[in-house]
Design a protein. Structure first.
Length: 115
């Protein structure tokens, strides 16, 4: 059973920086892609950024140029480097991994932006 554990959330000021981590329980090259999603209160869960097995990244337009997804193969982990926060970034952030057409999710980590 794949396990994903997020960490690094918290309270951050508008314009600030924060990095989220997602540690996988197995080799990340077992996954077709790994992604970060977020869900704000009363909203659907939306894709923020993804990185596929080839290292190709993809970003939601709302975070393009502010957020960067990266991975550490030796640590079986991905990261979301975030900067220039705005209030709309407040949400629970989830790590996702896709393997054999099945999605696996972490428990989520809260990011709250203060003005």
């Amino acid at each position: 059973q794949v396990q994903l554990v997020e960490s690094g959330g918290g309270l951050v000021q508008a314009g600030g920086v924060l990095t989220l981590s997602c540690a996988a329980s197995e080799n990340i090259f077992n996954f077709n892609a790994m992604s970060w999603y977020r869900q704000a209160p009363g909203r659907q869960r939306d894709l923020v950024a993804s990185i596929n097995i080839g290292g190709i990244t993809n970003y939601a337009p709302s975070v393009q140029g502010r957020f960067t997804v990266s991975r550490d193969n030796s640590a079986n982990a991905i990261y979301l480097h975030m900067r220039n926060f705005i209030s709309e970034d407040t949400a629970v952030y989830y790590c996702n991994a896709n393997k054999l057409r099945r999605d696996y999710w972490g428990q989520g980590t809260q990011v709250t932006v203060s003005s």
